[in-house]
Ligand binder design. Structure first.
Ligand SMILES: *Cc1c(COP(=O)(O)O)cnc(C)c1O
Length: 379
């Protein structure tokens, strides 16, 4: 009989047999146990469980659900949306390579190229969303990033056309699909090699976790992603995966509700005398609507706009009058949010200094959200 000290150290029980529930169990592990020396020596990242960093049944359950959501393939989980971008770049790019980024790309994605990969000898070039890519691709171009609708101004890109040109030149394509989620657009079906999501946004859906995913269908790419992920030391906690799994069943409902409410608010803004430009491609008549209608099946709650009147005062007054939209960064949760940023450099047509206001429409009562925006607009 072991001493009490030794007894306390033993696991309480194995995975219980005869227990079934609708909730995903949360399994923590750094150490994985092996039944014999041969299986211990043969462990590796391709095996189901080898070390805590490669996941327990909880991380695996989330990866499998996400791959299904993407329409097939295999998913790698990382600690944030930005980490997913870094993972793709790290697994594809070497010194001397060039990567093409849309001018409207998510800001930190550009910073990663400029500050980190630049230091390691990788070059980047920016392209306009409507540019002819075949004129930009060079012999050392290895990867094209797409983001549609892109951050801030929600500029649309013709992703199938970009894929076609890249394919002709033997260049890989990665897409940051955080805005649409695979419920709105399936990058891998469009021929994109790497589908990236910030799970922080609509998969998490409650503004309380950070996580990212990369999904691919090609066996060599998944091997290279897994290896790079391990070398970078990326790891996601099973508790966070539980939260992401908790978000999935309501994701379509949330998005449908947020999309419907956002469409009403977008229509209000598009017709309002105080607004210079509304950015929301799902709205008929808005910039980018034709591409959006051709390729996308569902929108989300994120839109942006600028006031005709220059300066920060009109923005401050608008934000100050809002009651249901709270001021804060990030988006994709159930709560309505507002954020403010300087107009991106490449927007030269608007008044200077111009500010961009971003609304994230939540799942609160649709009439109350509409009325809140309406009463906050300048008269
Ligand atoms: C938020 C966001 C990211 C980064 O996600 P984090 O989890 O916050 O790092 C990447 N791309 C887009 C388009 C985003 O909106």
């Amino acid at each position: 009989m072991s001493s009490q000290v030794t007894q306390l150290v033993q696991p309480a029980q194995d995975v219980p047999e005869g227990f079934a529930s609708l909730s995903q169990g949360v399994f923590h592990a750094s150490t994985i146990l092996y039944p014999d020396v041969a299986s211990f020596l043969n462990r590796g990242i391709e095996h189901a469980y080898s070390y805590g960093q490669n996941g327990t049944p909880t991380q695996h359950a989330l990866a499998i659900k996400l791959a299904e959501l993407e329409g097939g393939g295999e998913t790698v989980l990382v600690p944030s949306g930005l980490a997913a971008i870094v993972l793709v770049n790290s697994s594809v790019l070497s010194a001397g390579d060039q990567v093409l980024l849309p001018r409207a790309v998510y800001g930190p994605s550009l910073e990663v190229m400029r500050v980190l990969f630049g230091k390691w000898g990788v070059q980047y070039a920016l392209y306009d969303s409507a540019a002819d890519l075949s004129a930009m691709i060079q012999p050392h171009t290895r990867l094209v990033w797409t983001e549609s609708p892109a951050s801030n101004l929600l500029e649309m890109q013709d992703v199938p056309a970009i894929v076609q040109v890249a394919r002709q030149h033997g260049v890989m394509v990665a897409m940051d699909n955080t805005w649409a989620t695979p419920l709105g657009f399936k990058p891998l079906d469009a021929g994109v090699d790497f589908s990236v999501q910030a799970l922080t946004k609509y998969v998490g859906g409650h503004s309380d976790l950070l996580m990212g995913s990369v999904t691919v269908r090609n066996a060599e790419l998944i091997h290279s992603l897994r290896q790079t992920c391990e070398l970078l030391g990326y790891y996601v906690s099973p508790d966070e995966c539980f939260l992401a799994l908790r978000g999935l069943p309501t994701m379509a409902l949330r998005l449908e509700r947020q999309f419907a409410s956002a469409l009403r608010i977008a229509a209000l803004l598009q017709n309002h005398a105080a607004i210079a430009q509304l950015n929301y491609p799902p709205l008929p008549g808005a910039v980018g609507h034709d591409l959006w209608r051709r390729d996308y099946r569902l929108g989300c709650g994120l839109l942006s706009f600028s006031f005709r009147q220059a300066g920060l005062t009109v923005v401050e007054e608008f934000v100050g009058r809002l009651k249901l939209f709270r001021l804060g960064n990030s988006w994709g949760g159930v709560h309505s949010l507002v954020a403010v940023s300087p107009m991106p450099d490449h927007m030269t047509t608007l008044a200077d200094p111009a500010w961009l206001v971003r609304l994230h429409v939540g799942i609160e009562n649709a009439d109350e959200l509409f009325n809140d925006v309406q009463q906050a607009l300048p008269t």
